[in-house]
Design a protein around this ligand. Structure first.
Ligand code: FAD
Length: 636
């Protein structure tokens, strides 16, 4: 019989990025015995890779900024498909979460008068991103990890045990949520180093597992981002919202091939970088869409004046939301005006008043990245860049205030949660999303545990046995498929058929290909021992990537309009009718071979005081006639 270690907690948090650590801190502050599980080493999460900064309307650089402006920008960026309550909570609470970080020891860059400095970013009306050079995520993670250690030291003083109320399970991967009588009862996981299995019993679980990028071939995401949390939620009976919305960041490296997809931060454009095609033309002026026409400069002269005089000039079109810039680059390349390696040029050469030294000071990580990986000196040469799969807006359907998912005891925060960013996330909004909703998820989980009292569900042995059998199955199949080959085919399918521009025909082809891949995923086999066996781990991750890919392709086929991170060549317009619709995925059918089922769910109408924050002329671009406020209807 397989030996299984068992432990018991109040709250288990899956993921040690910004949202997971913030959730765990909150659960522990509420007095709950909390475990943090991380597939990779502690400190190595996507959050650490975040470069540009954390968006919060603190008004340090432009005092006109406030939560209402931030809310409007977020809704516009998401093309009004955002869960407006989440966007409201985020805009209101983000400044407090950034100040809290500072209170816990984060050292942000400063303005001349000593305030936290804030930089410009795409889609944000005012300079809003609190940052530490282009290494903001590193500082965020360092700070919350330090807070975890401080709490562990407190517990050591009180209980003589550092891990009495906060334990980190590093390099441990959850493969199943355990559910009893419809409620969360714990998690099943394996430890990478030894391959041994563990069951952590807990009535509340917070999913904070990040994104899904590894389902695509060209991505800025690293190996851990295989959609585990999304799939775990579905397998436990939860639902996913609007999975068709995948963000392709406009600027990933395109050369050399070994680094294709690695991110080139938007700060490059926020700090005066411009995009040029092979003819040397600053092409973004051509691509300003109708809904943004009055907000973006139409000449290079006005765009350049904006950096020093934002009150009297409109923004450069390089700072349009990401979906717009990514599509523009795609078109330039497709129409034959691309760079030698299939991207376009992004340059800061001669653009900063302080010359090469200022470039190195403001963009140290980018300078280092291009020098080391591509032998390009960005102080004297342009970068070659192109779109890369970066972020998933779709995710676990949650209650905005408590982060509770549909399954009692399950919570989700950060990139794995859906709703907050609508059809397109603004840069910088993720880091504050992690902090705002990480805290709320920790609080929601603690309150749920309190309400449950002594009546805690216990995991059933048969369910644990099934999880063991599922995890060991790849060792038991002889002569099956190679997981790496199956993964490569899945990624190619998603890249080619469910990528940045989509059509009905290609999406149907994708669903057929994914159906065939289902049989192959079920037949992957691996060899070797259980300790540090990457082939085995990939074999287990494939289940999750396949489920998530099916959700994305199905929802993309269903939504016959183009909005944010979902562009249908055969349905190019944005439809006010579709804005009222959320697409919700769940698993249905045979538990051993479940299928993704898709449902249209009406969007809850926006609260009146929030609608009143927008001009009627703008609302008419997004809402149906019957949704418009009375005076706008009259004028229409
Ligand atoms: P992550 O930080 O991705 O952490 C996920 C955690 O879950 C990890 O610890 C992982 O090991 C764990 N995990 C996953 N699956 C399992 C499992 N099965 N079992 C156990 N553990 C598991 N956003 C901004 O706002 N500003 C920026 O400047 C910015 N720059 C970015 C730059 C890059 C290169 C990238 C990739 C993203 C950037 N983003 C930025 C986006 C942002 O960093 C991410 O969306 C955010 O960090 C996600 O945080 P998270 O807490 O949801 O998850």
């Amino acid at each position: 019989m397989t030996e299984i270690e068992r432990h018991s907690y109040d709250v288990v948090v899956i993921g040690a990025g910004g949202s997971g650590l913030r959730a765990a801190i909150e659960a522990r502050l509420q007095g709950k015995k909390t475990a943090i599980i991380s597939k990779s080493l502690l400190g190595k999460a996507h959050t650490v890779m975040a470069e540009g900064g954390a968006a919060a309307a603190m008004g340090n650089v432009n005092p006109n900024d406030n939560w209402q402006v931030h809310f409007r920008d977020t809704m516009r960026g998401g093309k009004f498909l955002n869960n407006w309550r989440m966007a409201e909570l985020h805009a209101k609470e983000a400044p407090d979460r950034v100040w809290e970080l500072e209170h816990w020891g984060a050292l942000f860059d400063r303005t001349k008068d000593g305030k936290i400095s804030q930089r410009n970013f795409g889609g944000h009306e005012y300079p809003r991103l609190a940052h530490v050079g282009d290494r903001t995520g590193l500082e965020l993670i360092r700070t919350v990890q330090q807070k975890v250690v401080a709490l562990q030291q407190e517990d050591h003083r009180e209980f003589g045990d550092y891990e009495a109320r906060l334990k980190v399970w590093a390099e441990t991967t959850v493969t199943r949520l355990l559910v009893q009588d419809g409620k969360i009862a714990g998690v099943f996981a394996y430890v990478r180093e030894t391959g041994r299995f563990v069951v952590l019993e807990a009535p509340a679980v917070v999913l904070a597992t990040g994104g899904i990028g590894k389902a695509f071939k060209v991505t800025s995401n690293s190996w851990e981002y295989t959609g585990d949390g999304h799939a775990l939620a579905l397998l436990a009976g939860g639902t996913l919202l609007n999975m068709e919305f995948v963000q392709f960041h406009p600027t990933g490296m395109v050369w050399p091939p070994s680094v294709k997809g690695i991110l080139v931060t938007e700060s490059v454009r926020g700090d005066r970088g411009i995009l040029l095609n092979s003819e040397g033309k600053r092409f973004m002026f051509k691509y300003i869409p109708e809904v943004f026409k009055d907000k973006y400069a139409t000449t290079p002269e006005e765009a350049d004046r904006w950096y020093d005089d934002p009150d009297n000039n409109r923004r450069p079109p390089e700072l349009l939301p990401r979906d717009e810039v990514a599509r523009a680059i795609n078109t330039e390349v497709k129409e034959g005006r691309g760079s030698p390696h299939g991207g376009v040029f992004l340059t800061v050469v001669g653009r900063m008043p302080g010359g090469a030294e200022e470039i190195k000071r403001r963009l140290p990580a980018m300078h280092h990245q291009f020098k080391e990986l591509a032998d390009v000196d960005i102080t004297s040469e342009p970068m070659e860049v192109g779109p890369t799969c970066h972020y998933v807006m779709g995710g676990v359907e949650v209650d905005p205030d408590t982060a509770a998912a549909l399954v009692p005891g399950l919570f989700a925060a950060g990139e794995v949660a859906g709703g907050m960013h609508g059809s397109n996330r603004l840069g910088g909004n993720s880091l504050t999303d992690l902090l705002v909703f990480g805290r709320r998820a920790g609080m929601g989980a603690a309150e749920y545990v309190d309400a449950l009292g002594e009546d805690r569900p216990a995991p059933a042995q048969e369910e644990i046995d099934r999880a063991v059998a599922e995890a060991l199955a790849p060792f038991e199949r002889e002569g099956g498929e190679n997981p790496y080959a199956v993964h490569a085919e899945l990624q190619q399918t998603m890249n080619d058929l469910v990528g940045i521009i989509r059509t009905e025909e290609e999406l149907k082809q994708a669903l057929e290909a994914l159906d065939k891949l289902r049989t192959r995923v079920a037949n992957v086999s691996v060899q070797g021992g259980h300790g540090y066996n990457p082939g085995w781990h990939l074999a287990l991750d494939l289940r999750n990537m396949l489920i998530v890919s099916e959700c994305i392709a199905k929802a993309a086929l269903e939504r016959t309009e183009s909005r944010g991170g979902h562009t249908r060549e055969d349905h190019p317009g944005m439809s006010a009718e579709w804005r009222k619709v959320n697409l919700v995925c769940r698993l249905a059918g045979n538990a051993d071979d479940p299928r993704v089922e898709l449902k249209r769910q009406p969007m809850e109408p926006m609260r009146e005081d929030l609608i009143a924050l927008f001009d009627n002329d703008e609302l008419k671009k997004y809402l149906t006639a019957e949704e418009l406020p009375a005076e706008a209807k009259d004028a229409a």
